[in-house]
Design a protein around this ligand. Sequence first.
Ligand code: 13P
Length: 348
Amino acid sequence: MPVSGCMDREALEATARALAAPGKGILAADESTPTMGKRLAQLGLPNEPGLRREFRETLFTAPGMEQHISGVILFDETLRQAASDGRGMAEILESQGVIPGIKVDGGAHPMDDAPGEKLTAGLNDLAERCAEYYELGARFDKWRAVITVGEGLPTSPCVQANADALADYARISQEAGLVPIVEPEVLMDGTHSIGRCYEVTECTLNRVFSALADRGVHLPGILLKPNMVISAIDAANCAGVDEVASETLRCLKATVPADVPGIMFLSGGQSEVEATAHLNTMNAQGGGPWELSFSYGRALQQSALQTWGGDAANCAAAQAVFVQRARLNGAARYGRYAAGMESEWTNR
Ligand code: 13P
């Protein structure tokens, strides 16, 4: 149990390195209960704890997932749930050498005096919650800030307030023995160009790293989870894979210190194939001084969720779909993914 106010730098660095290990990435399975409800509603299913558990247990027990998945981010409910064999979810992951993590932010809420913008909540009791999560087996955590791009947005106070909250969270997490995943997400919603995404991402990351430095956060003991630099979903011109990869690398090299061990991208609304292709191209273009990896939610789960469909009889098929997606992203970690591999199945 870490001593409050102290920081075990070596333990944090070892966990961060393990999470960013070559060929592996993180599964973000930390959807809040309302968000999980939306996913289940797509399948015509009710938002019940048993169904949420069943889908997540299906993923966590998929044979071979540990070859490509280094850690899983859980939601509070899941960390406390028992699997069908009575073991805790964290125990199931640990038994396969997969590191359990936990979402600790309290969600993004409308920000005072900033119409259309949000600030992430959850700092008040964070130290106590981190201590409890460590006891429950978590070794890393996640805090997501959202930055909206639009007419006159984002505003400087919104970017700064979110950067400050991310830095406070990171410091508190490290003192509790948890590796913080620092996630400033510039949203893909809207019509903005890749150039505008670049500007906003660069400004946001600069503010975040300045705030982290101010708080004395130990950079070799964090992971960054950024958006890629990409055209908005409804942009008039959609940048291609090579441009997304090169602009993302250019932006990260301009803003992210080399002693951050890993950059674990979110998928943010990209399709499964796009998210894999973009990561692959960045690594094929030579990457950077950090590991370039994934911490995808939708882009790792979408097809598996459809295949499962709420029917226990489909669990094995859903597991195969999930492991295939993880394997392709594992290949993208080395720049070795090719579209033709989408139809090559080695695990069934
Ligand atoms: P997506 O990959 O679906 O964006 O989810 C990642 C995540 O953890 C968002 O906080």
